[in-house]
Structure formats: C-alpha cells, structure tokens
Design a protein around this ligand. Structure first.
Ligand code: ADP
Ligand code: ZN
Length: 307
C-alpha cells in the first residue's frame, strides 16, 4: 500500500574521493542528492551538514541519518571509537569523528557502518539480495571489501570483516606478480583488485580485451575467495559489484571456476545446478551505497525506539 507520508532519511556514502549525501524516503526514493569532494574532515562534514540543513528546510525534518563510510572504522555502538575512522593512511582522517558533527547538528538517531555494509543493505532491501538472511556482497574495485548479513544481522564482531585480505594460494610460476597490498604478499585485494590487474598487465583493467589472459586469472582468484566465503559462512547468495565486475564476461568464468574449486563438496542445488542465481551481479548499480545508507538510518531509528 502506498504510504502518503513516508518518513525522510538522510544518507551519507562517505568515500575516499567523494561524499555522496542524499535525502530520501523510507521507500528508497531519492529526493535530493549532492556530491562533495573528500578534503579535510572538517570541510567535508560541514558541507554535508549544510546540504542537509538546506534540504530539510525544503523537504521536512529527517527521522534519522545513516552514514556508510570508508574505513577502517569502528561500527560498534558501545565502543568509545564508534563513529570514528581508525588509523588510516588517508591524510587528516585518522581518528576523525564522523558521527559527532552530524549528531550536534541533527538531534535524531544516527547509524554508522562501513561503505560495503551500506551497499550490502541497499542490495538487500531493493536489489539482488532481497529476502535473504545470510548473503555476501563483495565489491571488486580499487580495493576489495565484503559485507552482508548472517542470520539477518550485519557482520561486526571485533570490528568488521576484511574479506579482501584473506590469503590465496598463488602459483608464483604462473603468476610471479607481487601483491599491491602493503600488508600482505598473498591476499585477494593484493592479487585481484583493479590496481593489481593494472600493475600486473601494465594496462588499466577497463582497457583489457575480453580475451586477455588477465580475466582467466582474475576469475580463478575470485573463485578461490568465494570458496572460502561459501565454506565459512554458507551464504544463500553472493552479490558481486565494483568497477572490475563491469566486465560482464567475468561472471560466467567466476561461476564456473567456483563450481570447479568447490568440486561438488557443498551439496546444494543452488551451487550445483542454479549457480546463475547464486553468484549474481549487483542490481542497483551505483545506487546501492546511498540507498543502503537509508537502511542504516532506519535501523538506527528502530534501535533507538527499542532502547
Ligand atoms: P572504488 O573501488 O574506488 O570505489 P570502482 O568500484 O569503480 O571504484 O573501482 C575502480 C577500479 O575498477 C579501478 O581499478 C578501475 O581500473 C577498475 N574498473 C573501473 N571500470 C572498469 C571496467 N569497466 N572494467 C574493468 N575494470 C574497471
Ligand atoms: Zn591485504
């Protein structure tokens, strides 16, 4: 049934190069949106707040705000570092308090989580993971990050998962490439992110032809990672996004290699017979992050009423 007076949420998708801010309804309709270049925390956050002040003047008050930010960050509300960026190489952002300035400007519930969890929630509510309790969203872009739900809850824990940094077996004869991850010589992000493809082959990933050997190797690494995630979390579906996944020919290769590396061990029809519905592309393209920020806002609102 149509809701005549849907609640309004503020959403922030905080990225390393830009902050996308939007006001939208609880039904996921974006009513106003802006992009703010990521400069210093002070400048970036105050511009975001100016946008929300202006928009709420026009559109009405926000019921809650959701922030989906680049990390590393602390998403645990009980922690003293909640809402802050943890130590980062990004100049000026170590320890930056993201949630504080918003809380001062808007006395409403504010939720805070990672950008990947934001995108995962967007896909869950309106996209490729609708109706699922346990799924993974993996973005393969400048970095590789994973989020999603397990039994209906976001994966937090100690901090949040770092699915891009799991180790992978690397055949150094076939692929002598040195990882681009400054921390690990053998991790998924180090071997299969967009920058890893570019450095290994001397060409941006978007410029490599569909027949280039890069893609066979890329699909093998991603499939090995998916095997680990499938064996660890038993997701009901895996949603793949990020710039590298714009190579649509990669998806069938990844499906095939995931089946091969699992080798029939996980006895599920989804994997054995319906892999096309099991490993799927994003449905919301570039909108998952900002829409997911609305879901984070809604969760904060619900939690504030329960507490
Ligand atoms: P970010 O991860 O920075 O948010 P993206 O998800 O767009 O942004 O990822 C950027 C990476 O994806 C870059 O390494 C780029 O080379 C790669 N990339 C972007 N578009 C494509 C494409 N069409 N095909 C393959 N790789 C791409
Ligand atoms: Zn790593």
């Amino acid at each position: 049934m149509a809701n005549n007076n849907p609640r309004l949420f503020g959403g922030v998708e905080g990225g390393g190069t830009k902050f996308i801010c939007a006001v939208g309804t609880e039904e996921g309709e974006i009513l106003a949106e802006t992009r703010i270049p990521t400069t210093s925390p002070d400048e970036t956050l105050s511009q975001a707040i100016i946008f929300f002040k202006e928009q709420t003047g026009n559109l009405g008050a926000l019921s809650a705000i959701g922030i989906a930010s680049f990390g590393p960050l602390d998403p645990r509300p009980a922690s003293v570092k909640f809402g802050h960026i943890l130590p980062t190489t990004k100049p000026g952002w170590t320890d930056a308090d993201i949630i504080g300035p918003f809380q001062e400007a808007f006395p409403v519930p504010i939720g805070f989580d990672t950008d990947v969890n934001g995108a995962a929630l967007g896909e869950w509510r309106w996209g490729a993971a609708q109706g699922l309790d346990t799924f993974i969203y993996l973005t393969i872009g400048t970095g590789i990050g994973g989020g999603g739900l397990v039994n209906g809850e976001l994966m937090h824990g100690l901090l949040h998962p770092e699915m891009g940094h799991i180790p992978l077996p690397q055949d150094k004869v076939r692929d002598p490439f040195e990882s681009v991850c400054p921390f690990h010589g053998d991790c998924l992000e180090g071997l299969a992110s967009g920058p890893a493809i570019e450095k290994r082959w001397g060409e941006k990933a978007e410029n490599l032809s569909a027949g280039h050997p890069a893609w066979e190797m890329e699909a093998s690494y991603i499939a090995m990672a998916l095997r680990s995630f499938i064996c660890t979390l038993s997701p009901e579906r895996i949603v793949l996004g990020g710039g590298v996944m714009q190579q649509l020919h990669l998806l069938p290769l990844i499906r095939q290699k995931t089946q091969e590396t699992l080798n029939g061990y996980v006895k599920s029809a989804q994997i054995l017979e319906q892999i096309d519905d099991y490993i799927v592309p994003v449905a919301l393209e570039g909108k998952a992050g900002i829409l997911g920020a609305f879901v984070i806002a809604e969760k904060a609102l619900i939690e504030s009423k329960n507490s």
